[in-house]
Structure formats: C-alpha cells, structure tokens
Design a protein around this ligand. Sequence first.
Ligand code: SF4
Length: 379
Amino acid sequence: MKFVDEFRDPAQVRALLARIGRLVDRIGGTRDRPVTIMEICGGHTHAIFRFGLHRLTPEGLEFVHGPGCPVCVLPMARVDDCVELAQRPGVLLTTFGDAVRVPGTRGSLLQAKADGADVRIVYSPLDALELARRTPGREVVFFALGFETTMPATAAAVLQAEREGIANFTLFCNHITVPPPLRALLQDPDMRLDGFVGPGHVSMVIGTEPYRFIAEEFHRPVVVSGFEPADLLQSVAMVLEQIAQGRAAVENQYARVVRPEGNPRALALMDRVFEPRDRFEWRGLGEIDSSGMRMRERYAAFDAERKFGVGYGAGRARPAPESDGCRCGDVVKGAMKPPACPLFGTACTPQSPVGALMVSSEGSCAAYHQYAGLREAAE
Ligand code: SF4
C-alpha cells in the first residue's frame, strides 16, 4: 500500500476486522475477560477514537490507553518550576501550544502570561533560538518536552546556539524516553496487559530493538504501528496472532517508515547533548529510573535548571499532589478509562481542563471527550 486511501479502504478494514474477530474468538476473549492491548502512543489513541475503531472491534478486545503523551505525564511540580521561571525578571519563556495550558499547583503558563509573564508559543526550538537572536537583552528559555520524537530537534537547536555563541538561550529540559515507563507498567503487579501497539513516531528515531525486553522478559507481543485505520487494525491482528500462537516478539507493521535500527543520525544528536537523569517524576507513575533526560555537563551554559537554579538543577524534587478528584494518574497507567473520572465532562473539559489529559491534543481524556462524547461516558 502506498497512498493514504488504501489505508482507509472499507474492504480492507472489513477484512481486518473479520480477522481480528476470529483471533479474539480463538484466544477466548470475552466482554468480561477481554484481551487487553495497550496503545502506548497518544497519537494512536486519537486515531482509534477518530475512526471509531473501538466501536468496530469485538467486545472481547479492549484498548487500554498508555502513557504516550508527553504533556499528559508532565508532573505538576515541573509545571510549577516552569511557571516560576517564566516569572523571573528578564525571562522570555517559549514553548509549544499544548504546554501552556497544563495546570500546575499554582496555575498554568497561560495564567502566568495573563499575570504579566512573557510566555510565547513557538512551533519549534529553532523559533525559540531565533527569538534569542533577535532579543539579546532577554533570557530566552525554551520549555522542551517530548519523547525521542522531538529530542533530536531540541539537540540541534542547542548545537546551533553553541556554534553561533548565543548566550541568552537555554532549555528547561523535560524530555522523556518511552522504554522505562513501559518497564514500570509491566512490573506493576496490578497491571494486566496482553500486548502492545508500539509507537510509530518514537520508533522512527529509536527503532524496534529497545522494545525487545517486553517480549523477552515479560513475554508480551509488541507491534510498532502506523496511524491509519488499516495500520492500527493490522497491528492489532499481528499482536493477536502472536498471542494465539503463544509467541511474544517485537514486530514492525510500520516498516514503510520505521527501520529496526531507527535513525542513527538523530540518535547521535540526542546522545551528544543529553544524558539520562537518575530518576524523573511522571504524573501518575511516580519516579522512574533513567526515564528523563538532562543536558550533558558540556552544555551546562544552555541548561535553564543550572543557570537559574530551578527544579532538579536546584536539588529539588518535590512531588506535587494532583487536584482533588482528578484521576489522571490512573488513566495514564491504563488502570481506568477517562469517563470513570468523577470530573470528566463536568468540572474537567477541554475548555476548562483540570488535568493534563484533557489539555493535550494527544490526551486520552481529550480523545474521549472529542470523539466518544458524553453519550459513551454514560454507557
Ligand atoms: S477527566 Fe480531567 S481530571 Fe479526570 S482524569 Fe481526565 S484529565 Fe484528569
């Protein structure tokens, strides 16, 4: 298949759904004890809802939404640190659109902006660097976040700043990596997952090898998937096929984009600028070893934590509690569905989000709200 229409072809989708139905029957999935497949990536969650795949697949199969949205898993304390940075005199804080609306314990960056902080939305770290070039009298901080997908671009901006000797550009680095939280989820004794649909964009950078531990240590199948309906259904069928055969391996449905070895140039860029932190806090998952990245010592001059003495750079790790009634943590862990949160669709909506999962365009609460709607929430 080469063109997008082929990935949305009704005949193809019907054939895949029939194959999934047969496999679920063969495995013995039922409404009461469904086969559970976690889609790790928030982009997949949105595709599942956008195309209504959760309604088309059999009752004996359940999609569980994973932690694959970087805005959703950003803990309150890091948002607080960022708000504090934005309020420093002389600081011009830049970030992506989703991030400005994520609530911390003392409000969001958007609220800080309304209170007078200079917070600006950019579309790439290079836009932030350009602002630093144009405003040499200001300290331009880029609130960097995202998985391995966005890390190479941030690293490239730092290297460019170094080449040009730009001294008023720093990162508040919140980059995170996908494999460590998956290990944490699999080690949770309450977690019951039968297989994984692996992230397409992250895997474009890291390849398929980093998921091998899921198959070898935890005996769960992983299939890296594209984002069109036929991609996702084919990936689900491949996961089910493995379960039915009693196998667990890492397979690549998205071979038109993802190579087993990933993108060596992007990996080299990341490795040059970033190194793993010992621990990093995730909203809902707590602190996870080696799951967050920080800037290497060589690039300390571009590290906002070191330069301004905030967050981990100031020796601070202070978990902040979630808002009353908020169940973001349980949703991120796949332990409950968004409509089960008492705030869903009432106190918490995309227009007035209480939790990060309702803010981000990849958040599962936002996906339920936008595509499944309140009718499904009430079912
Ligand atoms: S409805 Fe809001 S508060 Fe509840 S889990 Fe979702 S984002 Fe969090």
